[in-house]
Design a protein around this ligand. Sequence first.
Ligand SMILES: N[C@@H](CCC(=O)N[C@@H](CS)C(=O)NCC(=O)O)C(=O)O
Length: 149
Amino acid sequence: MVLSLEDPAVRSYIVYSSVLALKMLGVATLTSLTRGRRKVFANAEDAKAFHGKIKMDDPEVERVRRAHLNDLENIPAFWILGALYLTTGPAGAWATLLFRLAAAGRVLHTLVYAVVPLPQPTRALAYLVPYGINVYMGVQVVLHYATAL
Ligand SMILES: N[C@@H](CCC(=O)N[C@@H](CS)C(=O)NCC(=O)O)C(=O)O
């Protein structure tokens, strides 16, 4: 099969992959902003430059860092599995729905983890939807290609 940029599934993948990349860059910026607001830094030269102190366990900074780490545990898998899933020829509307839900879940995860912390199970649900979609896409890829081995 030939993938085409005219394919709605491909276009959706490009859009939502980019949204998630931009979101992750935003979390990195949020880390810097939180460090600046709390005046806590990881390096002596930063602490000196911004008149703060070295502190590795500030609760607010660590929360944003955990959100970022969780992104790293999940979003690269979305990029890889989403791209491979496209090669299985999914219906455009279905693939778009999956990509959209996965992106929305990850954005929500960041919001309720790093921006406005909310009680559980809010974060767990925001995590589980994209996680489930990643698993679904991975299984579809394996099933699709395993038969051709
Ligand atoms: N590495 C994760 C694996 C499980 C996971 O990602 N859980 C989600 C939903 S509860 C989460 O937001 N974990 C918090 C985190 O990764 O800091 C962890 O240590 O919690």
